[in-house]
Write a protein that binds this ligand. Structure first.
Ligand SMILES: C[S@@+](CC[C@H](N)C(=O)[O-])C[C@H]1O[C@@H](n2cnc3c(N)ncnc32)[C@H](O)[C@@H]1O
Length: 235
């Protein structure tokens, strides 16, 4: 059964929504499908180059906008959002705690904090291909000086979010067991991503070689999206 964002978020009236480290807005799509309603969605990201893709997707949608901003220093007043989210980005920070503290600062008391993060343990063989590819992409980013860790274990995410002291905290594991591990379109896109990262790793033959090993695994074992953990609580 495909992932149903309504099953995860359907009881939440979003109000003013902030999506931290929004990238090109992948999680904004999830919010649009899942939230009961919303007044406004602001996506922020440190990388201003993400703005173009974000605006191409949401430019015509009223009430949705992108701002370039560092997640450690959100340029918003205390308690100014009803819902504050972060998706698949905790592992992009040297320390996720200050970012989560900043998110807590800008969410109103009683408002929702939503953390979505893929994790590395307990995955099927096809999902492990996704995790291993992701870890390899992270290693390519690191040799280029970018902060990108391997993904956390599930228990680590529970611990990080648990420390925030949220009320009514709940956790939902998200995966689509019906995904075809050999879907030609997905495999083709991932092979293209492998090619791009092999180019980015020029001068590091060992890292490039790992890409070819993962390409062989992708063709043999296939791939499915790794299970993600969504944790939702009230500030
Ligand atoms: C995997 S991508 C985001 C994915 C997106 N949230 C989604 O779920 O589709 C991680 C993002 O974190 C952003 N990022 C990294 N460090 C940041 C920082 N200090 N402040 C804001 N964004 C940051 C990167 O620019 C990148 O767009």
């Amino acid at each position: 059964m495909p992932i149903d964002p309504k099953r995860v978020l359907g009881d939440i009236s979003g109000g003013r929504v902030l999506d931290v480290a929004t990238g090109t807005g992948g999680f904004v799509r999830f919010l649009l499908e899942g939230l009961r309603d919303h007044a406004e969605i602001v996506g922020i990201d440190a990388n201003g180059e993400r703005a173009a893709a974000f605006t191409t997707t949401f430019g015509e949608t009223p009430g949705i906008r992108f701002e370039q901003m560092d997640a450690h220093h959100l340029g918003f007043p205390d308690r100014s959002f009803d819902t504050v989210c972060i998706s698949n980005s905790l592992h992009h920070f040297a320390d996720p705690d200050p970012v989560l503290a900043e998110m807590l600062r800008v969410v109103r008391r009683g408002g929702h904090l939503v953390v979505n993060e893929m994790y590395r343990d307990g995955q099927s063989e096809a999902q492990a291909t996704h995790v291993l590819l992701h870890h390899w992409w992270a290693s390519v980013n690191r040799i280029r000086g970018e902060m990108h860790r391997e993904t956390y274990e599930r228990a680590q995410i529970v611990d990080i979010v648990g420390r925030l002291g949220l009320a009514n905290l709940r956790a939902v594991d998200l995966a689509d067991p019906d995904e075809d591990p050999h879907d030609p379109e997905t495999v083709g896109e991932l092979e293209a991503a492998i090619d791009r990262h092999i180019e980015l790793a020029v001068g590091h033959p060992d890292v490039q070689g790992r890409g070819e090993v993962l390409r062989a695994r992708l063709r043999a074992v296939g791939v499915r999206g790794a299970t993600q953990l969504v944790m939702i609580g009230r500030a």
